[in-house]
Design a binder for this molecule. Structure first.
Ligand SMILES: [Zn+2]
Length: 246
């Protein structure tokens, strides 16, 4: 096993060097893609940008699927289960205006510059390495930039991807945010609940504090009533409160 790891490391050594040397270009991609607004559910402009970038990287049959995902591959699709490399397109920022990126030496500041402009730039860099043959692969590799990962997007793009072309994938790697200090190797579970609160009506400013107080109370009950398995990556996210008068 150790010999296999050592020989793999030796094979990858020149590739790592190449990645390191190409980082200035990856940062340029990161800035360029961050400038294209992509609020969850409205990622089409950024999807078009990524499609052009992945074609330029040398991927074949780059297309945008019915869920708005950009997909392209190396190796014959459908021959053997692919390795999927994916990065989400959307950001939590709602603006549809072009994003202004501030550069101060090595420091970049802009909404979504890390999550997930860096992941998308890394996806394009890897596509280039695999398509050019510099990073040898033994299986087909499917590259995907997916939609609706954040918040209430409910992973729409990734779900569609794995229901269609990535169904039965050999492995999947998601590139998200900057750095490689943290690699998560176990999948996150996700359960979604739609909870309706009913109470006395009234003007929204009056009703909302009551509803929020109830929600606080109910969140405790909710945590007790649904068996959340303790896990270091687990959390309870709540959001999206609508007041409806009837
Ligand atoms: Zn992310």
């Amino acid at each position: 096993m150790q010999t296999a790891v050592r020989s793999l490391a030796a094979t990858l050594e020149p590739v790592f060097r190449q990645i390191h040397d190409a980082d200035a270009g990856v940062v340029e991609d990161q800035i360029a893609v961050a400038r294209v607004p992509a609020p969850t559910g409205n990622e089409s402009a950024r999807a078009e940008w990524m499609a052009r970038r992945l074609r330029a990287a040398g991927l074949r049959r780059v297309e945008i699927d019915a869920a708005g995902n950009v997909i392209g591959s190396v190796g014959a699709r459908g021959k053997s289960p692919p390795v999927v490399l994916c990065a989400h397109l959307d950001t939590v920022f709602d603006s549809r205006e072009p994003v202004h990126v501030i550069r101060d030496g090595d420091r970049l500041t802009a909404p979504g510059i890390s999550d997930n402009a860096r992941g998308l730039a890394a996806l394009a860099a890897l596509a280039e390495l695999v398509a050019s043959g510099h990073l040898p692969v033994t299986r087909p590799v499917l590259f995907a930039a997916t939609t609706c990962e954040e918040g209430h997007g409910d992973l729409r793009g990734a779900r569609f991807l794995f229901d269609t072309v990535a169904n039965g994938a050999f492995a999947a790697i998601a590139l998200d945010g900057p750095g490689d200090e943290r690699i998560v190797t176990s999948a996150l579970g996700r359960r979604r609940y739609h909870i309706a609160f009913r109470g006395p009506g009234g003007a929204v400013p009056v009703v909302l504090p009551v509803v929020i107080a109830d929600l606080d109370d109910e969140a405790g009950t909710l945590q007790r009533s649904i068996k959340i398995v303790p896990h270091r990556h687990a959390g309870l996210l709540t959001g999206c409160l609508h007041a409806v008068s009837q």
